[in-house]
Write a protein that binds this ligand. Structure first.
Ligand code: ADP
Ligand code: MG
Length: 694
């Protein structure tokens, strides 16, 4: 679909100009400097020649076909330029010009207008307000962009909405000595979208790894579908950015004032198998390793070092990233003992010592590559002046080329002096890092990306509970909507929860003190009485919660007191079984535009309110994902049990999360809901307070 955009056989530049520093001039020059293989047609009625090329007054005056046209003239002239291109039969235009959606209403109107016109000709627009594309294929060398880095051919493809971020990545990859395959930065993305480019990269055989930067998604569901499809085929590395609007609100809606808890596109990435980074440099360094090395099958690392300290630092970093440094087998240890110096350490990390020569490195690498308990290899290589480092490098390169297991190298040297050694290592495809932490982080990224992709690929869909009564719950909500309610009453809330098998404390809703006393004796003392009215959000703040009421008199008194204190026409009373003790947790859900709902989990009280220790997931939440949510909060040990204290019913919480996920998915009219708190015990869980907003 996007083939002519990324492989244009001829390019026109509308707005090409002799004026140095003009965009049209820079693009024309870039095509020339990068040795574009097709014809370049500068278009400008006021010039005969641009950058030494014949200039045409309009695209219609160009003799041959044009695959791709840049439009870099003031925004107000672009609609007419689109018409001209359409009449010429041009199917792709890159609108570099700014002055569209990004400037407000007027620009938005113009943007919609160019899309409308382009559609009439079956033409696709890339941009506006964008850089363009680059294809490094030596047969084509299409530099349809006004940036300044001239990349080598390679296997890393970049797609970035923001040209600035895209440029950082392109330059970083280039500085690392790595090549690139495609580059695309689509700015306002009025037509050709990030998912389309992603799908194109996914189908491109020469793209081995994808770098993605997006600030938000016009259609998140579409993005997720494409991302899943592409991430299954090749690694996608993405920068975390752009906190989704609903994320912050989801947090804010919870009574504890969680506003400010960041929730980013990270959830979307995780759910589709995209590895998220928080650091541009780390992501670029990782891209290098993804491009050069195979992916590890597991998280067990073998370390090879010729110096002690850096191995300790690397070990710390690897362990922080949850990688494992296993013992070596008897056989492997024996071989090392035979082949290394007597003083060498034959445990993992294997320390060959600084005096080790090529044969020692080779022996150690062979052992690590053969060890069934090792999935990847980390090397610390300081270049001793008393060792033939080039010979060592040759052995490393040879092992790397066999691509048995991924390897990364923290390379400690003075580059100008050890040029030959460096060249051999590079030629061998060994990713070289200047610091042990970075090499370790990159190895962790390789490992995590593979694990994540496998997890997504093998993920079971969410459980579908058959014992729910969707129709009845939908009926309750329809009625509420018809009567103009946005906040459900307690009877409605607990009925809906009941329809979805969500365990709650026994309850009844009444209007008078006498009814409350009767309801309480039916439920069994002690009970809790709570005021219930649309205006009541934080009941306990206004004396709307009376707990541990031992008898009918206490119930009557509590009702009387609330009637006096709470001014609300629609005041009802929820009578509820008093459930002392337990661990209080919070479960919430919040609608997320175009995505379903976000589900939140956390431990109640200080953990949520002060430490903001919560976990989020997008619906549908599978039980595996729910388990991960539990395990990912810092307060997890309080759930799991500690110091001889028994933990709580984690399976019950997991099921509750899955049921809530099904509930909000089945009933998308629910804008927001929370169970705060749910009381969790050793063998059961109960929601004792719930709120549903439509
Ligand atoms: P709100 O959040 O509107 O102030 P809740 O219904 O959550 O009101 O009640 C406040 C607190 O009272 C809860 O956090 C919980 O600690 C306690 N509580 C509420 N209902 C019960 C119950 N049925 N059994 C035991 N404790 C309860
Ligand atoms: Mg509450």
């Amino acid at each position: 679909m996007l083939d002519k955009l990324f492989n244009p056989k001829s390019v026109a530049i509308i707005g090409a100009s002799q004026k140095a520093l003009s965009i049209g001039n820079v693009i024309t020059n870039n095509l020339l400097k990068y040795s574009y293989k097709g014809p370049i047609y500068p278009i400008n009625p006021k010039a005969d020649e641009v950058c030494g090329l014949k200039c045409y007054p309009s695209v219609s005056a160009v003799p041959g076909d044009i695959d791709l046209a840049h439009i870099s003239i003031p925004a107000k002239f672009t609609p007419d330029a689109i018409d001209e291109c359409g009449k010429k039969g041009i199917k792709f235009v890159i609108v570099n010009s700014a002055g569209f959606k990004e400037i407000g209403e007027e620009g938005l109107f113009l943007e919609q207008e160019i899309v409308r016109r382009a559609r009439q000709y079956g033409m696709r627009i890339f941009g506006p307000n964008c850089q363009g594309i680059i294809n490094t294929d030596p047969e084509l060398k299409a530099y349809c962009d006004f940036t300044f880095t001239y990349p080598k051919e390679g296997s890393i493809s970049i797609v970035a909405q923001s040209g600035g971020v895209g440029t950082i990545f392109m330059q970083a990859i280039h500085d690392l000595g790595m090549g690139m395959r495609f580059y695309a930065s689509n700015g306002n993305a009025c037509d050709i979208s990030i998912p389309e480019v992603l799908r194109y990269y996914g189908n491109d055989e020469k793209t081995k790894v994808i770098i993605l930067y997006a600030e938000g998604f016009a259609d998140p569901a579409e993005f997720m579908e494409v991302a899943r499809e592409v991430a299954a085929k090749k690694p996608i590395l993405a920068m975390r950015s752009g906190r989704t609007e609903a994320g912050a609100k989801a947090a804010a809606s919870h009574t504890g004032g969680l506003a400010g808890v960041g929730l980013s596109t990270e959830l979307i990435f995780r759910k589709t198998g995209i590895l998220t980074f928080h650091d541009v440099e780390e992501m670029s360094q990782a891209a290098m390793a993804f491009a050069l090395q195979p992916v590890p099958k597991g998280n067990r690392v073998g370390l090879l070092t010729d110096t002690g300290g850096p191995a300790v630092i690397a070990t710390d970093e690897l362990c922080d990233a949850k990688l494992v440094i296993p013992r070596l087998s008897e056989k492997g240890t024996e071989t090392l003992r035979e082949k290394l110096f007597a003083e060498a350490s034959v445990k993992n990390p294997v320390d060959v010592l600084a005096t080790a020569g090529a044969q020692h490195y080779r022996a150690a690498l062979d052992v690590l590559m053969e060890e069934p308990e090792i999935d990847s290899v980390y090397i610390n290589f300081v270049t001793p002046p008393f060792v033939d480092c080039e010979a060592v490098a040759r052995e490393m390169a040879d092992v790397s080329k066999k691509a048995i297991k991924p390897m990364v190298c923290n390379y400690m040297t003075d580059y100008p002096q050890w040029e030959g050694t460096t060249a051999i290592l590079r030629e061998g495809g060994i990713p070289l890092y200047n610091f042990p932490e970075m090499a370790a982080k990159v190895l962790a990224a390789l490992t995590n990306c593979n694990a994540l992709r496998q997890k997504v690929a093998s993920a079971k869909g969410p459980e579908v509970f058959g014992d729910v009564d969707r129709a009845a719950a939908a009926g309750v909500i329809q009625n509420a909507l018809q009567s103009g309610k946005t906040m459900l009453g307690a009877d409605e809330v607990y009925t809906v929860l009941g329809c979805y098998g969500i365990p709650v404390a026994d309850w009844n809703v009444v209007t008078t003190a006498e009814e409350a006393a009767v309801a309480a004796s039916q439920i069994g003392f002690p009970v809790v009485v709570k005021g219930d009215a649309a205006s009541l959000v934080h009941k306990s703040d206004v004396g709307g919660v009376a707990v541990n009421l031992p008898d009918a008199d206490a119930v009557r008194n509590a009702v009387a007191k609330m009637k006096k204190n709470i001014q609300a026409e629609d005041l009802h009373f929820l009578v509820q079984k008093f459930i002392p003790g337990g661990t209080e947790i919070i479960i919430g859900a919040k609608q997320e535009k175009g995505l379903g709902h976000l589900v939140m989990f956390g431990l109640g009280g200080i953990m949520v309110e002060v430490l903001k220790d919560v976990a989020f997931e997008l619906t549908p939440v599978s039980s595996d994902e729910a388990k991960t949510m539990l395990a990912s909060v810092k307060s997890y040990p309080l759930l799991a049990g500690f110091r001889g204290q028994k933990g709580v019913d984690q399976e019950g919480i997991v099921e509750l999360l899955c049921r809530i996920s099904q509930l909000v998915t089945d009933l998308p009219m629910i804008r927001e809901m929370d169970l705060n708190p749910v009381k969790a015990f050793e063998d059961k869980v109960f929601a004792v307070d719930a709120r549903i907003l439509l």
